[in-house]
Design a protein around this ligand. Structure first.
Ligand code: TRP
Length: 474
């Protein structure tokens, strides 16, 4: 027994020795960076609106189940694939399975990240403009927030400029490297974000008349749960946890060999879920207090850029100064959340280019930034100059969104779980999860079962549903 233990520790020591030389995250930094990736615009606009559409508290419960049953296993797989290979996501699959086609899973992830980053940064850029509106109190004199937003989004100049600014800031952080760039920024931004969100929740739930909004998220109406609700919850869980494209795999390649993968995954998933639920506690009570019922029309960007400015002004109509502070905090929160997410997507591609094509990190980052900014221009302009151009009924922005988030992401997630469940050496998996026997895990069999059967089948359903290839749940 003791000899076995000595062996395990020696093994771990070996991998620590082999590990030296690559930049790495500290233990807290690892969780904060990964949580920074996960917490993003998806938590703040997508989660509340999915909750609104799918029956409130009941959806929240289904969502939590999806995070635990499907999200965590796939996240754990990405973590262990990244950490065991200490390489960019394309090389990771190649190293684990040389001479097979699995390397395409990694490459597909890089492509998906590239597409998501290009359009996500456009929306991230909008948040900068809106933080400016909030700061200069532009919302106060407005009557029609819809016109205000449409005018802005259609402008040929400002959305593109903010896109560039956002890409540039992301670029600067990436170039500074893993430790003094990504980790340091995550350690500053994540606590700030948490503080902001706590203050916003506090303000929102203490508003007069906010009770109906709170009720909506804490009293489940189970009659609302059907197949569609479950599918929406799964899709949302994947996007929100940043799984399916090698983002967490790349970050995990900077984890130290003694990082506890299970614990890190649980921490990241809990932080992400908590922040999503908290943004529900910002949005619904404020909306209830303003006497506003969120409808299906408040989907996506229109929720944060049209509905909420209106709701904030209404809710705090008795105290304009509070409306002002609330709006500033909210849009700053959005910027921070978006920034830690764009950084994580940028890193996937930068790590890939610099390692696979042996170029400096700086050069790789420059290529990623310019290419994404270039593609982003078309996404940004598709709300204005290019809005007449919609091949097959979708604007360029919608195509990027649809292709990456709806098609490639679930597809990537399915391939990752099939890879980890069926193909990956089980001893290697077990060793990674237990850090060569130095920590104990009890869920290994369940994990493999989920990765083999449950996750691929469930994701297959999301996929068919989102692409509209089948309608049996309607
Ligand atoms: N999870 C982030 C959000 O909620 C977005 C994001 C960052 C993402 N990296 C990702 C989504 C990788 C999918 C895959 O906004």
């Amino acid at each position: 027994m003791i000899i076995l233990h000595v062996f395990s520790v020696l093994n771990l020591q070996f991998s620590i020795m082999a590990f030296k030389g690559r930049e790495n995250f500290g233990r807290v930094g690892a969780v904060l960076a990964a949580a920074g990736s996960a917490v993003g615009l998806g938590n703040i606009w997508r989660f509340p609106i999915e909750t609104g559409r799918n029956g409130g508290a009941a959806f929240v419960l289904v969502y939590i189940l999806c995070v635990i049953i499907l999200g965590l296993p796939v996240m754990i797989s990405e973590f262990l694939i990244g950490r065991s290979t200490q390489a960019n996501t394309a090389a990771a699959y190649r190293k684990l399975s040389p001479d097979t086609q699995w390397k395409w899973v990694g490459r597909l992830g890089v492509l998906t990240g590239f597409l998501i980053l290009s359009y996500y940064s456009v929306v991230a850029g909008w948040t900068v403009e809106y933080a400016g509106y909030a700061l200069f109190n532009t919302f106060a004199g407005q009557h029609d927030y819809k016109v205000m937003f449409n005018d802005f989004a259609a402008d040929p100049f400002w959305p593109v400029l903010w896109l560039f600014v956002f890409m540039f800031v992301t670029h600067v952080i990436i170039v500074r490297g893993v430790k003094s760039g990504i980790e340091r920024v995550s350690k500053i931004l994540m606590p700030t974000l948490f503080l902001l969100i706590m203050m916003l929740v506090f303000c929102s739930v203490t508003l007069p008349g906010s009770g109906a909004g709170i009720d909506f998220i804490i009293h489940p109406d189970f009659s609302k749960i059907d197949g569609m609700v479950v599918l929406s919850a799964m899709g949302q869980a994947f996007f929100s946890l940043s799984i399916g494209m090698g983002c967490l795999c790349t970050y995990a390649s900077y984890f130290r060999p003694d990082t506890n993968i299970t614990r890190s995954a649980i921490n990241v998933a809990s932080i992400d879920t908590m922040i999503a639920i908290m943004s529900g506690f910002i949005i619904f009570p404020a909306a209830a207090s303003a006497g506003y019922t969120l409808t299906a029309g408040d989907v996506g960007p229109s929720l944060i850029f049209i509905t909420l400015p209106h709701v904030f002004q209404q809710a705090f109509s008795g105290a304009p100064i509070l409306a002002y502070i609330f709006a500033v905090m909210f849009y700053v929160l959005l910027i921070l959340a978006a920034l830690t997410s764009t950084i994580s997507m940028h890193e996937v591609i930068t790590a890939y280019l610099s390692e696979e094509f042996e170029m400096s990190r700086k050069k790789a980052a420059r290529m990623v930034t310019s290419a994404c900014a270039f593609l982003g221009i078309f996404c940004a302009l598709s709300f204005g100059l290019l809005n007449g151009f919609h091949p097959m009924g979708k604007t360029i922005f919608d195509w990027f969104d649809f292709l990456s988030s709806t098609i490639l992401l679930p597809f990537g997630g399915m391939l990752i779980s099939l890879f980890a469940g069926w193909h990956l050496n089980k001893k290697l998996m077990y060793d990674e999860l237990t850090n060569y026997g130095t920590i104990r895990i009890r869920y290994f069999k369940i994990l493999v079962f989920i990765l083999r059967f449950v996750a691929p089948i469930a994701i297959g359903f999301i996929f068919l549903n989102e692409t509209g290839l089948f309608d049996i749940f309607r």
